[in-house]
Design a protein around this ligand. Structure first.
Ligand SMILES: [Fe+2]
Ligand SMILES: [Fe+2]
Length: 334
């Protein structure tokens, strides 16, 4: 790899105070996409012996403090099963990620299709789509190399999700909430794992670093788009966004952070182990925290009202603005 991905390097952080600064953000993001981007088959040396994927490699074993990793059931499994479960989870996250990004790309193209000549968003959306194409290829290549029967989203959900690319035809603002609903939780989990030093395999590390670096731009664009557009919505449009946002986010965060059904069946993981690992206060806190940034943004833009706040609560994704739920692992570390 010739270009080293840097932490948050491309994120443009300033506020969108007026149209001029919004346009400035887009042109900086355009430039960043030209200056620094990665191609799945040019920048990852897939055939490097160091990067080979072996499902029984102990580097895939879940860390001690992982909720599934810390169950007695997991600890009592033979080493190769522990490795395979760890790898299965990594690969499932990539498969769901690439399916989500497939919907996202189709939505971006639907959005761009209708843009009039001269609109600055057109070029950026094409940069983003190009980058997502490379993410899809790198995620799928990784999944293929695991040689495990990885499936992505559950079938019913996958069916419902086919509506997503059409959201821009109804509301472009809601579409970018959907974008953040997928990108924010993935980014949250990837940054946390990388920061915590949980990534042991160099191929996974390389893929994750590339992804974090490019997603910072996509997230930045979506956030600035919303900051630029939402204040100009009329009351009824804002009300619709207020109701739809927590529903979209509640569903998305759960998909990203829930146990893969095929993995549970393949390894015969007992239901009480699944409950212990995935339905506990820490898992609920993770789901809520993973949408923390977009929740704060929605609040800042006046989209959250006392009435629709109930929906956030019903989906288990409400916390007061600016706050995150502490996890028991954080408390132990403190
Ligand atoms: Fe991506
Ligand atoms: Fe993205």
């Amino acid at each position: 790899m010739t270009k080293a991905p840097t932490e948050l390097a491309e994120e443009v952080r300033e506020q969108v105070k007026d149209k001029k600064s919004y346009l400035g953000v887009i042109s900086r993001l355009n430039k960043a996409s030209v200056d620094k981007h990665w191609e799945a088959y040019a920048d990852i040396p897939w055939d490097d012996p160091e990067l080979q994927v072996d499902k029984n490699d102990p580097r895939w074993v879940l860390p001690e403090f992982d909720k599934l990793g810390e169950t007695e059931w997991y600890k009592s499994q033979p080493p190769e099963i522990r490795s395979q479960i760890g790898l299965w989870r990594v690969a499932t996250a990539m498969k769901i990620g690439l399916q989500f990004e497939n919907l996202l790309k189709r939505g971006l193209l639907n959005y761009a299709y209708r843009l009039p000549n001269g609109r600055p968003e057109f070029r950026y959306v094409y940069h983003e789509t190009t980058e997502e194409c490379h993410h899809g290829m790198m995620f799928q290549e990784f999944v293929n190399r695991t040689k495990l029967p990885i499936r992505g989203m559950p079938r019913a959900l996958s069916l419902v999700a086919q509506a997503a690319p059409w959201i821009p035809l109804v509301s472009t603002e809601l579409f970018f909430v959907f974008v953040l609903g997928g990108e924010d939780p993935i980014d949250y989990v990837q940054r946390k794992s990388l920061k915590g030093g949980h990534i042991k395999h160099p191929l996974e590390e390389m893929i994750m670093k590339i992804h974090i670096a490019e997603e910072a731009r996509h997230i930045s664009f979506a956030r600035h788009y919303l900051k630029h557009r939402v204040p100009n919505l009329d009351r009824s449009q804002k009300a619709v966004l207020g109701v739809a946002a927590p529903i979209v986010l509640g569903v998305m965060a759960r998909i990203m952070l829930s146990p893969p059904g095929p993995m549970v069946r393949h390894f015969n993981i007992p239901q009480d182990v699944v409950r212990e690992a995935y339905r506990n206060p820490d898992s609920r806190a993770e789901i809520s925290n993973s949408v923390g940034k977009i929740r704060d943004l929605m609040n800042e833009l006046g989209v959250i009202t006392p009435v629709n706040k109930r929906l956030w609560k019903a989906f288990g994704i409400w916390d007061e603005p600016g706050t995150r739920r502490p996890l028991s692992t954080d408390l132990k570390a403190a």
